[in-house]
Ligand binder design. Structure first.
Ligand code: GLC
Ligand code: CA
Length: 543
């Protein structure tokens, strides 16, 4: 594909919105969000202005990891609806110019998938080789590899007298990508979804598919890019799709392979370098550390500059695995509105495809629950593991309040009525008690709301090519408070100035009088030489 047609890719000036279906909108009162619930909210999303919905998994699943454990890739879990509901969602979204992006979990399946049920019957079973097995005896695991949700990555199976490999829970056995038959099944399944009219795919932990467990390689295995190229050739390249790979192990160099403009692999990836900065080095996300602000600026700059023309960035602060950004790097009490808008303005001026996670556009916050109120398998396992290790309960809860994935999974706050308007029944996870003051209904009416800030930012990306095309220059690199940058495209400059902290500071950046337009800001009036707490401004300058 030549550079020209690459330039015109629809997803380059698109804004995506992630829905975590079980927490978005419940249409039938069983306390769990569903596809019909999403359909009811499509007008809301159209009004916000987004182009595509990334839908976290809705396929059939025992829900050990909330759907990231799939037992049938070509069926919808009854909890979410039916295949007809899915067809209707695709159709109704299309009417509003919104594409549906499905979440493909290809690193592992559920242990209740028919492939695994067969595979574990015997070593001779035709599906045995769809998974990863090692001989051994019941009391000695093949090696020390650990699963992401705690414990060993190896699980004993009495039927075959073998261990199977799982990088996540024991109910998520890893698929064996070395097996061409398995790969073919996967491609056929993807082609089937493509025929149904989906707009693309998000690929769950895709950099973990090419593992070599005997060499302790779980991520970035030697065959990874070979598999990705084949996958792309056999499926995605046959349509006008967008693909985004979840890659916790990505470096900038690897990102150039994944998102090469020749489209031989993926459209873009989610990389996590910025999002992992506030943890102790070499430790787990739970081991909290202050955000190194100067480093954050350098990391963002590097990704912006290195991928320019050579790949494509995704832009995000949030997803269903991350705490709420306003509670994390903003301030969710006195300056919740200002800091939520600052973080939005900061991110949405950059080059790449922005992803908004449900409720982010309202400034939804973390929730601090008692341990009984958490539902996430990772959180619950972490709690038990650290208790066993002898850590103090208060310390463990501090980490959970800061980093639990359930922070993102509390029900969407639609209005100030019962259960925030999410369900008529009992929600599967508690609603954040602050729903009385933080909800969509209020914010839609108030043109100064966080919602309207996002809505404007989305519209700018459609209107001004500098958002998509402009190059990136970090300003005031060593400033300890200000995150400022400019983007330049032809005769237009986009200037973004953000005070990242809670104190009032001086603003050393001047803008030319006549040729400058203030596109957006998070204070009603701006004093030239001063930046108030979390103040953010975005200017368009003709040069
Ligand atoms: C990804 C998903 C996460 C899931 C894991 C295993 O990281 O985003 O929610 O638990 O993969 O599928
Ligand atoms: Ca429901």
């Amino acid at each position: 594909m030549n550079t020209d047609s690459q330039q015109k890719k629809w997803w380059k000036n698109a804004v995506f919105y992630q829905i975590y279906p079980r927490s978005f909108a419940d249409s039938n009162g069983d306390g769990i969000g569903d596809l019909q619930g999403i359909i009811l909210k499509l007008d809301y999303l159209q009004y916000l202005g987004i182009d595509a919905i990334w839908l976290s998994p809705v396929c059939k699943s025992p829900q050990d990891d909330n759907g990231y454990d799939i037992s049938d890739y070509q069926d919808i879990d009854p909890m979410f609806g039916t295949q007809d509901d899915m067809d209707m969602l695709i159709k109704e979204a299309k009417k509003r110019n919104i594409r549906i992006i499905l979440d493909l979990v290809l690193n592992h399946s559920s242990d209740e998938h028919k492939w695994f049920l067969e595979a574990k019957k015997s070593r001779e079973n035709p599906y045995h080789d769809y998974y990863i097995w090692r001989d051994g005896s019941e009391d000695t695991v093949p090696n020390d590899l650990k699963a992401a949700f705690g414990g060993s990555a190896w699980e004993w199976t009495p039927e075959t007298q073998q261990y199977y490999f799982h990088q996540f829970s024991v109910k998520q056995p890893d698929l064996n990508w070395e097996n061409p038959k398995l790969r073919r099944e996967i491609y056929d399944m993807i082609l089937w979804w493509m025929e149904k009219g989906v707009g693309g795919f998000r690929l769950d932990v895709i950099d973990q598919i090419a593992k070599e467990p005997d060499q302790n390689i779980t991520v970035n295995g030697p065959n990874l890019h070979k598999y990705l190229k084949e996958l792309s050739r056999e499926t995605f390249q046959k349509g006008d799709l967008v693909t985004v790979g979840e890659t916790w192990g990505a470096t900038v160099e690897l990102a150039k392979l994944y998102s090469n403009p020749d489209q031989s692999e993926l459209s873009m990836i989610f990389q996590f370098e910025h999002i992992c900065l506030d943890q102790e080095e070499g430790k787990e996300k739970w081991d909290l550390a202050p955000l190194p602000f100067l480093k954050l600026k350098q990391v963002m700059k590097r990704w912006q500059q290195e991928l320019s023309g050579k790949g494509w960035n995704s832009l995000f602060w949030n997803n269903h695995d991350l705490p709420r950004i306003v509670s994390r790097w903003g301030e969710d009490k006195d300056y919740r509105i200002e800091s939520a808008k600052m973080l939005a303005i900061l991110l949405h001026g950059m080059q790449g495809t922005p992803y908004i996670y449900q409720g982010e556009e309202l400034g939804m916050t973390n929730a601090a629950y008692e341990i009984e109120d958490y539902r996430d398998i990772e959180t619950k396992n972490f709690y038990q593991e650290r208790l066993k290790k002898g850590d103090l309960k208060e310390e463990i809860m501090r980490s959970i309040h800061a980093k639990s994935r359930d922070n993102a999974r509390t029900p969407m706050q639609w209005n100030g009525k019962k259960n925030a308007g999410f369900t008529e029944g009992t929600p599967w996870i508690k609603v954040n008690p602050n729903y009385n003051s933080i909800h969509a209904e209020d914010q839609i009416k108030d043109t100064n709301s966080i919602f309207h800030c996002y809505k404007k930012l989305i519209s700018f990306r459609k209107k001004h090519p500098v958002f998509t095309e402009g190059d990136f220059q970090l300003l005031l690199e060593d400033d300890e408070n200000i995150f400022a940058y400019e983007r330049t495209y032809k005769h237009v400059k986009l200037l973004v100035i953000c005070n990242f902290f809670r104190k009032t500071i001086n603003n050393p950046l001047a803008t030319p009088e006549n040729t400058t337009e203030l596109l957006i800001s998070n204070y009603p009036a701006n004093e030239k030489t001063i930046l108030k707490p979390y103040e953010a401004r975005m200017y368009l300058i003709q040069t």
